[in-house]
Write a protein that binds this ligand. Sequence first.
Ligand code: TPP
Ligand code: SF4
Length: 295
Amino acid sequence: MVVEAEVIRQEYLRHDKKFPHVWCPGCGNGIVLGSLLRAIHALELPKDDVVVASGIGCSSRLPTYIDFNTLHTTHGRALTFATGVKLAKPRLKVITVMGDGDATAIGGNHFIHAARRNINITAIIINNNTYGMTGGQYSPTTPYGDKSTTSLYGHVEHAFSIAELAVTAGASFVARGTVYHASHLDRMLEQAIAKRGFSVVEIVSNCHVQHGRRNKLGGAVKMINSFKESAVPIAKAKKMSPEDMQDKFTIGVLCDVDKPISTEEYNRIKQEACKIDDYEETHKRKETKVKRHEE
Ligand SMILES: Cc1ncc(C[n+]2csc(CCOP(=O)(O)OP(=O)(O)O)c2C)c(N)n1
Ligand code: SF4
């Protein structure tokens, strides 16, 4: 196990150039990084075939530390860059890493339409319920009543569920995990990356510095431990009453379906169109020849 961890560290981290990292001690982003590398390693994906794109945020720094083809793009646009890569080089395994703000506020439109189109990309969303990098403003997942720098007296809006939004928008595979349940997270990421179609993993994480501190949720250890209590496996949750599920959330696979992938459909259409073009071209040439002959 220790040897395996060392192999992963040596093989996949840009350890000489990019460390020390920028994250606060105890931030869940590091756990996600480890889990992502273990999942890619387990799937035996060649490094050159993997592309990891991100937007802007603490979570979006993740690709800068790992030795694949990486893109650190603009806020909310990881999926747009990823879509371009996938259209240009369909054989590549394309993964995006985004924060809750990046993916579902400024990038919300891209997110729902990438899911609707069923593009063959894996979207990892690290949900820490806040805009960590910019000092703790509220995001679309900040719970009602929570304090942030933009809701000093308690948040008056309601949060949505990222995973459930992804299911409704049409993703092929949707799962939720937490940074407490690291080996479960490895499995969720492995399944998502292996899936053909748009796959989403929402990862419940901690920003103890910007969100936890303001809401008296404790430090990193306390916050991460709290996920042990609040996360309920989907099968168990089905047997629980809505009252028992109050303040809890489910973890596991929410949806896993197979349907046509739009980037592949697009290539099929391109080939069909080329056939028609070829036919018209040949036809035109024939007509020109006949005309010349008549002249
Ligand atoms: C177009 C644009 N708008 C706003 C910003 C400022 N900005 C940078 S990161 C960020 C929020 C990041 O929050 P989230 O995506 O949840 O990631 P976290 O830092 O919590 O991991 C914002 C608003 C920006 N860089 N670009
Ligand atoms: S500010 Fe929050 S999200 Fe950003 S590195 Fe620190 S703990 Fe992590």
